[in-house]
Design a protein around this ligand. Sequence first.
Ligand code: UDX
Length: 437
Amino acid sequence: MRISVIGCGYLGAVHAACMAKLGHEVVGVDVDAEKVALLASGRAPFYEPGLPELLAETMATGRLTFGTDVAAVAGARVHFVCVGTPQKRGENAADLRYVDAAVDALLPHLAPGDVVVGKSTVPVGTAEAVAARVAAVQPEAVVVWNPEFLREGFAVQDTLHPDRIVYGLPPGAAGETAGALLDEVYATPLADGTPQVVTDYATAQLVKVAANSFLATKISFINAMAELCEATGADVTQLADAIGHDARIGRRFLNAGLGFGGGCLPKDIRAFMARAGELGVDQALSFLREVDSINMRRRVRMVDLAREVCDGSIVGRKVAVLGAAFKPDSDDVRDSPALSVAAQMGLQGAHVVVTDPEAVANAAQRWPDLRYAATAEEAAAGADVVLLATEWQEYRDLDPVAFGRVVAGRRIVDGRNVLDPARWREAGWVYRALGRP
Ligand code: UDX
Protein backbone atom coordinates (compact mmCIF):
# COMPACT_ATOMS: atom_id res chain seq x y z
CA MET A 1 0.00 0.00 0.00
CA ARG A 2 1.13 3.56 -0.62
CA ILE A 3 1.54 5.35 2.70
CA SER A 4 2.71 8.77 3.84
CA VAL A 5 4.32 9.66 7.17
CA ILE A 6 4.23 13.30 8.24
CA GLY A 7 6.96 14.12 10.75
CA CYS A 8 10.22 12.14 10.69
CA GLY A 9 11.49 12.42 14.27
CA TYR A 10 12.01 9.57 16.75
CA LEU A 11 8.54 8.27 16.00
CA GLY A 12 8.01 9.03 12.30
CA ALA A 13 11.41 8.03 10.91
CA VAL A 14 11.17 4.64 12.60
CA HIS A 15 7.53 4.21 11.61
CA ALA A 16 8.30 5.03 7.95
CA ALA A 17 11.18 2.56 7.79
CA CYS A 18 9.18 -0.16 9.54
CA MET A 19 6.17 0.30 7.23
CA ALA A 20 8.52 -0.08 4.25
CA LYS A 21 9.92 -3.22 5.89
CA LEU A 22 6.35 -4.56 6.09
CA GLY A 23 6.18 -4.21 2.28
CA HIS A 24 4.48 -0.83 1.85
CA GLU A 25 5.55 2.02 -0.38
CA VAL A 26 6.30 4.86 1.98
CA VAL A 27 7.02 8.56 1.60
CA GLY A 28 8.25 10.37 4.72
CA VAL A 29 7.80 14.15 4.88
CA ASP A 30 9.37 16.59 7.32
CA VAL A 31 9.81 20.38 7.33
CA ASP A 32 13.40 20.01 8.61
CA ALA A 33 15.51 19.93 5.42
CA GLU A 34 18.63 18.79 7.26
CA LYS A 35 16.85 15.80 8.78
CA VAL A 36 15.32 14.90 5.42
CA ALA A 37 18.70 15.14 3.67
CA LEU A 38 20.20 12.69 6.18
CA LEU A 39 17.29 10.26 5.90
CA ALA A 40 17.24 10.52 2.11
CA SER A 41 20.90 9.50 2.09
CA GLY A 42 20.02 6.51 4.26
CA ARG A 43 21.41 7.89 7.53
CA ALA A 44 19.49 8.14 10.81
CA PRO A 45 19.33 11.69 12.22
CA PHE A 46 19.46 10.30 15.78
CA TYR A 47 20.87 7.28 17.58
CA GLU A 48 18.49 4.34 17.54
CA PRO A 49 19.80 0.77 17.51
CA GLY A 50 18.86 -1.09 14.32
CA LEU A 51 17.56 1.97 12.48
CA PRO A 52 20.59 2.54 10.20
CA GLU A 53 20.47 -1.08 9.06
CA LEU A 54 16.72 -0.92 8.50
CA LEU A 55 17.03 2.31 6.50
CA ALA A 56 19.73 0.77 4.32
CA GLU A 57 17.66 -2.36 3.74
CA THR A 58 14.37 -0.63 2.95
CA MET A 59 15.80 2.22 0.89
CA ALA A 60 17.60 -0.30 -1.31
CA THR A 61 14.17 -1.73 -2.26
CA GLY A 62 13.09 1.70 -3.55
CA ARG A 63 9.96 1.54 -1.37
CA LEU A 64 11.08 4.26 1.07
CA THR A 65 11.66 7.91 0.14
CA PHE A 66 11.91 11.13 2.12
CA GLY A 67 11.24 14.74 1.18
CA THR A 68 10.26 18.17 2.42
CA ASP A 69 7.46 18.74 -0.09
CA VAL A 70 4.16 17.59 1.36
CA ALA A 71 2.70 17.33 -2.18
CA ALA A 72 4.52 13.97 -2.32
CA VAL A 73 1.78 12.50 -0.09
CA ALA A 74 -0.71 12.65 -2.96
CA GLY A 75 -1.64 9.15 -4.02
CA ALA A 76 -1.04 7.65 -0.59
CA ARG A 77 -4.17 6.06 0.89
CA VAL A 78 -3.08 6.23 4.51
CA HIS A 79 -1.36 9.28 6.04
CA PHE A 80 0.30 8.86 9.43
CA VAL A 81 0.68 12.02 11.52
CA CYS A 82 3.81 11.48 13.62
CA VAL A 83 4.79 14.99 14.73
CA GLY A 84 5.82 15.95 18.26
CA THR A 85 3.57 17.42 20.95
CA PRO A 86 6.04 19.05 23.34
CA GLN A 87 5.14 20.83 26.56
CA LYS A 88 4.09 24.46 26.09
CA ARG A 89 6.63 26.95 27.37
CA GLY A 90 5.71 27.99 30.92
CA GLU A 91 2.62 25.75 31.00
CA ASN A 92 1.77 22.13 31.65
CA ALA A 93 -0.38 21.73 28.55
CA ALA A 94 0.76 20.13 25.29
CA ASP A 95 1.72 22.38 22.39
CA LEU A 96 -0.35 21.25 19.40
CA ARG A 97 1.12 23.59 16.83
CA TYR A 98 2.93 20.80 14.96
CA VAL A 99 -0.20 18.65 14.78
CA ASP A 100 -2.15 21.63 13.49
CA ALA A 101 0.54 22.43 10.92
CA ALA A 102 0.73 18.81 9.74
CA VAL A 103 -3.04 18.64 9.26
CA ASP A 104 -3.05 22.02 7.47
CA ALA A 105 -0.35 20.77 5.12
CA LEU A 106 -2.19 17.51 4.44
CA LEU A 107 -5.64 18.93 3.80
CA PRO A 108 -5.18 20.12 0.18
CA HIS A 109 -3.79 16.72 -0.81
CA LEU A 110 -6.49 14.46 0.64
CA ALA A 111 -8.55 12.37 -1.78
CA PRO A 112 -11.89 10.65 -1.12
CA GLY A 113 -11.36 7.44 0.84
CA ASP A 114 -8.02 8.55 2.31
CA VAL A 115 -7.39 7.74 5.94
CA VAL A 116 -5.55 10.18 8.21
CA VAL A 117 -4.02 8.28 11.12
CA GLY A 118 -2.99 10.22 14.21
CA LYS A 119 -0.09 8.61 16.06
CA SER A 120 1.11 11.63 18.05
CA THR A 121 0.37 11.70 21.80
CA VAL A 122 -2.35 14.30 22.18
CA PRO A 123 -4.79 15.69 24.74
CA VAL A 124 -8.10 13.84 24.52
CA GLY A 125 -10.38 15.79 22.17
CA THR A 126 -7.70 16.43 19.55
CA ALA A 127 -8.80 13.57 17.28
CA GLU A 128 -12.33 14.94 17.22
CA ALA A 129 -11.01 18.41 16.30
CA VAL A 130 -8.77 17.01 13.56
CA ALA A 131 -11.69 14.97 12.19
CA ALA A 132 -13.86 18.10 12.00
CA ARG A 133 -11.18 19.97 10.06
CA VAL A 134 -10.66 17.08 7.67
CA ALA A 135 -14.43 16.69 7.14
CA ALA A 136 -14.76 20.37 6.26
CA VAL A 137 -12.31 20.01 3.36
CA GLN A 138 -12.59 16.37 2.30
CA PRO A 139 -15.79 14.83 3.72
CA GLU A 140 -14.94 11.44 2.26
CA ALA A 141 -11.64 11.13 4.15
CA VAL A 142 -11.63 9.49 7.59
CA VAL A 143 -9.55 10.16 10.71
CA VAL A 144 -8.37 7.28 12.91
CA TRP A 145 -6.43 7.60 16.19
CA ASN A 146 -3.75 4.93 16.50
CA PRO A 147 -1.44 5.68 19.45
CA GLU A 148 2.18 4.59 19.39
CA PHE A 149 3.85 2.94 22.38
CA LEU A 150 7.43 2.60 21.17
CA ARG A 151 10.32 2.97 23.57
CA GLU A 152 13.44 4.78 22.45
CA GLY A 153 16.29 2.32 22.19
CA PHE A 154 13.82 -0.43 21.17
CA ALA A 155 11.87 1.60 18.63
CA VAL A 156 12.38 -0.70 15.64
CA GLN A 157 11.49 -3.84 17.55
CA ASP A 158 8.49 -2.14 19.23
CA THR A 159 7.15 -0.93 15.87
CA LEU A 160 7.59 -4.23 14.02
CA HIS A 161 6.39 -6.31 16.98
CA PRO A 162 4.10 -4.07 19.04
CA ASP A 163 2.55 -5.50 22.21
CA ARG A 164 -0.84 -4.14 21.17
CA ILE A 165 -2.48 -2.20 18.34
CA VAL A 166 -5.17 0.33 19.25
CA TYR A 167 -7.56 2.04 16.81
CA GLY A 168 -9.87 4.87 17.77
CA LEU A 169 -12.52 4.93 15.04
CA PRO A 170 -15.42 7.25 14.33
CA PRO A 171 -18.81 5.52 14.55
CA GLY A 172 -20.47 4.00 11.46
CA ALA A 173 -19.47 2.46 8.16
CA ALA A 174 -16.75 5.02 7.39
CA GLY A 175 -14.95 4.06 10.60
CA GLU A 176 -15.23 0.36 9.80
CA THR A 177 -13.83 0.85 6.29
CA ALA A 178 -10.94 2.91 7.66
CA GLY A 179 -10.25 0.22 10.29
CA ALA A 180 -10.18 -2.45 7.58
CA LEU A 181 -7.68 -0.41 5.56
CA LEU A 182 -5.46 -0.03 8.62
CA ASP A 183 -5.72 -3.80 9.16
CA GLU A 184 -4.10 -4.15 5.72
CA VAL A 185 -1.28 -1.82 6.77
CA TYR A 186 -0.68 -3.87 9.92
CA ALA A 187 -1.41 -7.25 8.29
CA THR A 188 1.94 -8.74 9.37
CA PRO A 189 1.85 -7.89 13.11
CA LEU A 190 -1.87 -8.78 13.21
CA ALA A 191 -1.14 -12.16 11.62
CA ASP A 192 1.53 -12.65 14.30
CA GLY A 193 -1.27 -12.48 16.88
CA THR A 194 -0.68 -8.94 18.19
CA PRO A 195 -3.64 -8.07 20.46
CA GLN A 196 -5.89 -5.44 18.92
CA VAL A 197 -8.27 -3.05 20.66
CA VAL A 198 -10.77 -1.26 18.43
CA THR A 199 -12.48 1.58 20.22
CA ASP A 200 -13.68 5.19 19.99
CA TYR A 201 -11.58 8.33 19.64
CA ALA A 202 -11.67 9.33 23.30
CA THR A 203 -10.58 5.93 24.60
CA ALA A 204 -7.78 5.58 22.04
CA GLN A 205 -6.34 8.97 22.96
CA LEU A 206 -6.62 8.21 26.68
CA VAL A 207 -4.95 4.79 26.33
CA LYS A 208 -1.62 6.41 25.53
CA VAL A 209 -1.55 8.96 28.34
CA ALA A 210 -3.00 6.44 30.79
CA ALA A 211 -0.21 3.97 29.94
CA ASN A 212 2.52 6.57 30.34
CA SER A 213 0.97 7.84 33.58
CA PHE A 214 0.95 4.31 34.95
CA LEU A 215 4.61 3.80 34.05
CA ALA A 216 5.58 7.14 35.59
CA THR A 217 3.62 6.27 38.72
CA LYS A 218 5.35 2.91 38.99
CA ILE A 219 8.77 4.56 38.80
CA SER A 220 7.84 7.25 41.32
CA PHE A 221 6.34 4.65 43.63
CA ILE A 222 9.63 2.79 43.87
CA ASN A 223 11.50 6.09 44.20
CA ALA A 224 9.23 7.04 47.10
CA MET A 225 10.15 3.68 48.64
CA ALA A 226 13.79 4.64 48.07
CA GLU A 227 13.22 7.68 50.28
CA LEU A 228 11.86 5.37 52.97
CA CYS A 229 14.84 3.07 52.50
CA GLU A 230 17.22 5.99 52.92
CA ALA A 231 15.50 6.91 56.18
CA THR A 232 15.64 3.37 57.55
CA GLY A 233 18.79 1.78 56.14
CA ALA A 234 16.83 -0.59 53.91
CA ASP A 235 17.83 -1.53 50.34
CA VAL A 236 15.37 -0.49 47.62
CA THR A 237 16.80 -2.88 45.02
CA GLN A 238 16.07 -5.87 47.25
CA LEU A 239 12.69 -4.41 48.12
CA ALA A 240 11.89 -4.11 44.38
CA ASP A 241 13.04 -7.70 43.76
CA ALA A 242 10.87 -8.96 46.58
CA ILE A 243 7.67 -7.10 45.68
CA GLY A 244 8.34 -7.70 41.97
CA HIS A 245 7.97 -11.45 42.48
CA ASP A 246 4.28 -10.82 42.98
CA ALA A 247 3.01 -11.24 39.42
CA ARG A 248 0.35 -8.62 40.08
CA ILE A 249 3.09 -6.08 40.70
CA GLY A 250 5.89 -7.30 38.41
CA ARG A 251 9.56 -6.28 38.55
CA ARG A 252 9.71 -4.19 35.36
CA PHE A 253 9.80 -0.39 35.77
CA LEU A 254 10.65 -0.77 39.45
CA ASN A 255 14.24 0.41 39.06
CA ALA A 256 14.76 3.10 41.65
CA GLY A 257 17.28 5.84 40.99
CA LEU A 258 17.41 9.22 39.34
CA GLY A 259 13.92 8.82 37.95
CA PHE A 260 12.31 9.37 34.60
CA GLY A 261 13.05 11.93 31.93
CA GLY A 262 12.84 12.06 28.16
CA GLY A 263 10.49 13.48 25.61
CA CYS A 264 7.45 11.50 26.79
CA LEU A 265 6.76 10.63 30.42
CA PRO A 266 7.38 14.05 32.04
CA LYS A 267 5.47 16.13 29.50
CA ASP A 268 2.73 13.54 29.06
CA ILE A 269 1.77 13.42 32.73
CA ARG A 270 1.78 17.24 32.86
CA ALA A 271 -0.33 17.59 29.73
CA PHE A 272 -2.71 14.96 31.10
CA MET A 273 -3.16 16.96 34.34
CA ALA A 274 -3.74 20.13 32.33
CA ARG A 275 -6.36 18.42 30.17
CA ALA A 276 -8.09 16.93 33.22
CA GLY A 277 -8.35 20.46 34.61
CA GLU A 278 -10.01 21.67 31.42
CA LEU A 279 -12.43 18.76 31.64
CA GLY A 280 -13.31 19.63 35.27
CA VAL A 281 -11.83 16.41 36.68
CA ASP A 282 -8.47 17.71 37.89
CA GLN A 283 -8.89 15.88 41.23
CA ALA A 284 -8.77 12.56 39.41
CA LEU A 285 -5.18 13.21 38.41
CA SER A 286 -3.89 15.26 41.33
CA PHE A 287 -1.77 12.23 42.32
CA LEU A 288 0.28 12.82 39.17
CA ARG A 289 1.52 16.08 40.67
CA GLU A 290 2.99 13.98 43.48
CA VAL A 291 4.43 11.53 40.93
CA ASP A 292 6.15 14.49 39.27
CA SER A 293 7.42 15.88 42.60
CA ILE A 294 8.86 12.56 43.75
CA ASN A 295 10.61 12.31 40.41
CA MET A 296 12.13 15.78 40.59
CA ARG A 297 13.22 15.26 44.23
CA ARG A 298 15.52 12.43 43.16
CA ARG A 299 17.63 14.87 41.17
CA VAL A 300 18.04 17.08 44.24
CA ARG A 301 18.88 14.05 46.36
CA MET A 302 21.61 13.02 43.92
CA VAL A 303 23.28 16.44 44.27
CA ASP A 304 22.93 16.19 48.06
CA LEU A 305 24.57 12.74 48.08
CA ALA A 306 27.46 14.06 45.98
CA ARG A 307 27.90 16.87 48.48
CA GLU A 308 27.78 14.41 51.38
CA VAL A 309 30.55 12.22 49.98
CA CYS A 310 32.61 15.36 49.33
CA ASP A 311 32.55 16.16 53.06
CA GLY A 312 29.81 18.76 52.85
CA SER A 313 30.86 20.98 49.96
CA ILE A 314 31.09 20.65 46.19
CA VAL A 315 32.41 24.15 45.60
CA GLY A 316 35.54 23.86 43.47
CA ARG A 317 35.30 20.05 43.41
CA LYS A 318 35.86 18.15 40.18
CA VAL A 319 32.80 16.09 39.32
CA ALA A 320 32.53 13.51 36.53
CA VAL A 321 29.00 12.78 35.34
CA LEU A 322 28.68 9.48 33.47
CA GLY A 323 25.71 9.80 31.13
CA ALA A 324 23.87 12.66 29.46
CA ALA A 325 21.06 10.86 27.62
CA PHE A 326 17.78 10.43 29.52
CA LYS A 327 18.30 6.69 29.31
CA PRO A 328 20.85 4.27 27.81
CA ASP A 329 20.80 3.33 24.10
CA SER A 330 19.53 6.78 23.17
CA ASP A 331 21.09 10.13 22.31
CA ASP A 332 17.95 11.96 23.44
CA VAL A 333 18.69 14.56 26.13
CA ARG A 334 15.19 16.02 26.48
CA ASP A 335 14.47 16.50 30.19
CA SER A 336 17.45 14.32 31.01
CA PRO A 337 17.88 13.70 34.76
CA ALA A 338 21.63 13.32 34.17
CA LEU A 339 22.01 16.79 32.65
CA SER A 340 19.70 18.32 35.20
CA VAL A 341 22.01 17.01 37.96
CA ALA A 342 25.14 18.09 36.08
CA ALA A 343 23.77 21.60 35.57
CA GLN A 344 22.74 21.91 39.24
CA MET A 345 26.20 20.86 40.39
CA GLY A 346 27.76 23.39 38.02
CA LEU A 347 25.52 26.16 39.33
CA GLN A 348 26.52 25.24 42.88
CA GLY A 349 30.19 25.76 42.14
CA ALA A 350 31.48 22.33 41.12
CA HIS A 351 33.70 21.80 38.06
CA VAL A 352 31.59 19.35 36.11
CA VAL A 353 32.65 17.20 33.16
CA VAL A 354 29.93 15.17 31.42
CA THR A 355 30.43 12.18 29.17
CA ASP A 356 28.10 9.93 27.21
CA PRO A 357 28.70 7.33 24.48
CA GLU A 358 26.18 8.92 22.09
CA ALA A 359 24.59 12.06 23.50
CA VAL A 360 27.48 14.52 23.94
CA ALA A 361 26.69 16.46 20.75
CA ASN A 362 23.02 16.89 21.67
CA ALA A 363 23.89 17.73 25.27
CA ALA A 364 26.44 20.36 24.25
CA GLN A 365 23.84 22.00 22.06
CA ARG A 366 21.32 22.28 24.91
CA TRP A 367 23.75 22.90 27.77
CA PRO A 368 26.70 24.71 26.15
CA ASP A 369 28.02 25.88 29.53
CA LEU A 370 28.89 22.37 30.71
CA ARG A 371 32.21 20.71 29.85
CA TYR A 372 32.22 17.43 27.96
CA ALA A 373 34.58 14.50 27.50
CA ALA A 374 34.59 11.64 25.03
CA THR A 375 35.12 8.78 27.48
CA ALA A 376 34.45 7.92 31.11
CA GLU A 377 38.20 7.85 31.81
CA GLU A 378 38.69 11.29 30.30
CA ALA A 379 35.76 12.73 32.24
CA ALA A 380 36.94 11.16 35.49
CA ALA A 381 40.62 12.16 35.21
CA GLY A 382 41.43 13.90 38.48
CA ALA A 383 37.79 13.84 39.63
CA ASP A 384 36.88 14.12 43.31
CA VAL A 385 33.59 12.33 42.77
CA VAL A 386 31.98 10.30 39.96
CA LEU A 387 28.22 10.28 39.39
CA LEU A 388 26.68 7.43 37.42
CA ALA A 389 23.61 9.11 35.95
CA THR A 390 22.66 7.02 32.88
CA GLU A 391 23.17 3.28 33.01
CA TRP A 392 24.94 2.61 29.71
CA GLN A 393 26.36 -0.92 29.63
CA GLU A 394 29.94 0.40 29.40
CA TYR A 395 29.46 2.23 32.73
CA ARG A 396 27.95 -0.86 34.34
CA ASP A 397 31.02 -2.77 33.15
CA LEU A 398 33.60 -0.33 34.57
CA ASP A 399 36.37 -2.01 36.52
CA PRO A 400 36.55 -0.28 39.91
CA VAL A 401 40.26 -1.04 40.29
CA ALA A 402 41.40 0.33 36.93
CA PHE A 403 38.93 3.22 37.07
CA GLY A 404 40.18 4.05 40.55
CA ARG A 405 43.61 4.87 39.13
CA VAL A 406 42.14 7.67 37.00
CA VAL A 407 40.33 9.67 39.68
CA ALA A 408 41.73 11.90 42.41
CA GLY A 409 39.27 10.64 45.03
CA ARG A 410 37.53 7.27 44.95
CA ARG A 411 33.97 8.43 45.53
CA ILE A 412 31.05 7.27 43.44
CA VAL A 413 27.33 7.96 43.58
CA ASP A 414 25.37 5.31 41.68
CA GLY A 415 22.28 7.14 40.46
CA ARG A 416 20.82 4.05 38.79
CA ASN A 417 21.60 1.28 41.30
CA VAL A 418 23.46 -0.78 38.72
CA LEU A 419 26.90 -1.23 40.28
CA ASP A 420 27.90 -3.93 42.75
CA PRO A 421 28.51 -2.00 46.01
CA ALA A 422 30.74 -4.74 47.47
CA ARG A 423 33.09 -4.76 44.46
CA TRP A 424 33.45 -0.99 44.45
CA ARG A 425 34.00 -0.77 48.21
CA GLU A 426 36.59 -3.56 48.04
CA ALA A 427 38.47 -1.47 45.48
CA GLY A 428 38.62 1.36 47.99
CA TRP A 429 35.70 3.44 46.78
CA VAL A 430 33.22 5.32 48.91
CA TYR A 431 30.06 3.99 47.28
CA ARG A 432 26.69 5.69 47.75
CA ALA A 433 23.44 5.10 45.92
CA LEU A 434 19.85 6.30 45.90
CA GLY A 435 17.79 4.13 48.23
CA ARG A 436 20.60 1.79 49.26
CA PRO A 437 22.62 1.80 52.47
C1 UDX B 1 8.10 5.85 27.19
C2 UDX B 1 7.16 4.64 27.22
O1 UDX B 1 7.82 3.52 27.81
C3 UDX B 1 6.71 4.31 25.83
O2 UDX B 1 5.79 3.23 25.85
C4 UDX B 1 6.07 5.53 25.22
O3 UDX B 1 5.68 5.28 23.89
C5 UDX B 1 7.01 6.72 25.26
O4 UDX B 1 7.46 6.95 26.59
P1 UDX B 1 10.68 6.20 26.56
O5 UDX B 1 10.48 7.66 26.86
O6 UDX B 1 11.43 5.81 25.34
O7 UDX B 1 9.27 5.47 26.46
O8 UDX B 1 11.47 5.60 27.80
P2 UDX B 1 11.24 4.52 28.96
O9 UDX B 1 11.99 3.30 28.65
O10 UDX B 1 9.81 4.39 29.29
O11 UDX B 1 12.00 5.25 30.16
C6 UDX B 1 11.54 6.51 30.62
C7 UDX B 1 12.40 7.02 31.75
O12 UDX B 1 12.13 6.28 32.93
C8 UDX B 1 13.91 6.95 31.53
O13 UDX B 1 14.48 8.17 31.97
C9 UDX B 1 14.34 5.79 32.40
O14 UDX B 1 15.65 5.94 32.84
C10 UDX B 1 13.34 5.88 33.53
N1 UDX B 1 13.10 4.60 34.23
C11 UDX B 1 12.55 3.55 33.56
C12 UDX B 1 13.38 4.49 35.58
O15 UDX B 1 13.86 5.43 36.22
N2 UDX B 1 13.13 3.30 36.21
C13 UDX B 1 12.59 2.23 35.57
O16 UDX B 1 12.38 1.20 36.21
C14 UDX B 1 12.30 2.36 34.20
